[in-house]
Design a protein around this ligand. Sequence first.
Ligand code: F6R
Length: 590
Amino acid sequence: MCGIIGYVGKRNAAKIIYEGLKRLEYRGYDSAGAAFICGGKTAVIKKEGKVEALAPYLNGVYANVGIGHTRWATHGKPSDINAHPHSAGEITIVHNGIIENYAELKETLLRDGVAFSSDTDSEVAAHLINKFYKGDLTEAVSQAVKMLKGSYALMAIRADENRIVAARYKSPLIIGYGGGENFCASDEPALAGICERITVLEDGDIAEITADGVNIYDGNLQLVIRGVLPNLAVSESLGLGDCPHYMLKELKEVPKSVQFTHKAFADVEEKLKTALSGVSRVIFVGCGTAYHAALIGKRYVESFARIPAEAETAGEFRYKNPVFGAGTAVFAISQSGETADTVEAARLAKSEGAKVIAVTNCLRSELTRAADVVVPVAAGPEICVAATKSYTGQVAALYLCALTLAGENADGERRKLLWEMPKLCKKVADNIDAGALAQMCACARGVYFLGRDIDYAVAVEGSLKLKEVSYLQGEGYPAGELKHGTLALIDGATVCVFILTDADLAGKTENAVEQVVSRGGKAAVITNVGGVEERLKNKAEYFIALPECDKYLSPLVSAVAVQMLAYRTAVILGRDPDKPRNLAKSVTVE
Ligand code: F6R
């Protein structure tokens, strides 16, 4: 949610901030803004809409100090006024996070005669810094952030100072180092190709950033030394290549995601084995698509290790007063490693004595700090807001974790099967023809995804992806449950997409196809089970053939098919699949 970037140096900050904001845009894109120090004055430019709305206003700006923000609205609707930066007196700030006690702070400030110009929680921070400013910006920021409850990554500038003061608590913030110039940003991709060395700020840190250097202080304003790390984000991997959208590009990167995740697993296998020894119960948690991977992880653990396993959405799990007990391992799954509910669920599990395993694509994220073991998903940067290759990477990682729990070593038969999957994923990603089915979905009133067992887990993912990028109404549902109520919704304006990859359950799911078709519904079948197409050829309108593979690994191909279907449908409907309305990639608020 929200991305922030700051620059102090000798080059034109306007260009650097604009390009940085473009790279951060996947974190939020309902409004954007920037502030620059120009000749002892602060110039603020902010606009509702995507970052490119700023471009015409930045052309005439030349400054050596600047801060920028791209927003996903929490408090106050998307508008020019609620866009960041926010100013109070000579202080101007950008903020990512949520100030939970903003209402009471605002009330106190209003009583002091302060006038507010936006509906945001963030403006409170600007007024507090202004109130505490007595000639030292660092001191003022330090006092102000002590008043804040919630989360923040913020940067403050003052018209007469060539520096940025940054502070962080529970929202990500990094420093980037250059020669005669320094940076601050929400994440590493924002600085890819610009800074090779970075520092990840800790909770409570305050940083003073000038062109000549960076000082980092703890919450008591004591100077601290933080490690300098290589920036892992590579700028070449952030481009679109020859694809029109990141969603398509990232679907085509699924094979690499599976292959690299498999390779990377070797580095953590021994540590994981040790952490899981004595584990007698497993809980998988995640949100959205990561939760859908959790549904598959549960099936792997139960099938391979015969250990009881549960899958829960992290937001529900953490508030239900969960029972842990001895021998519990919690797998927290998150592409970004920043999702507030997943991070908090992991922290809760740790505090209750459970072993916590983070399964994440972002190895320096908040989630990794709460974990005993980090299992890498090596999907590479995922820019499209809708998760694709990170999901398949998560499924591959969970497959390997479950086999480890079951005691299978690297030479085991199941392990070998996974090495075969990247080329099958590539076949689907390169050759699938989902255009005609997408056309039918685009004209439908509702699209239902149906399957049994592991196919059901993929059905809910297909449904979420279609809703998210095409805005079509629909549901993912267990095929066997259809006749217990949902069948009432089926008519000629509805499409049912059946996923059928388990030969043992094929007959049952075929029955469900018959039930839909005989009520006038339109059916499509995604399958790799022999004979299904022949048996249903007069019933279903479309078939998508998947390559044959082990049934437990079928989500690696069937998910590519349903995600591609969602992509094609979105494009037919003229949506932007990379930046769906109302959404952002990292959900750092509850
Ligand atoms: C759907 C999607 C979201 C995320 C969810 C969790 O395409 O991308 O549902 O899966 O917000 O995000 P992470 O995995 O970063 O915790």
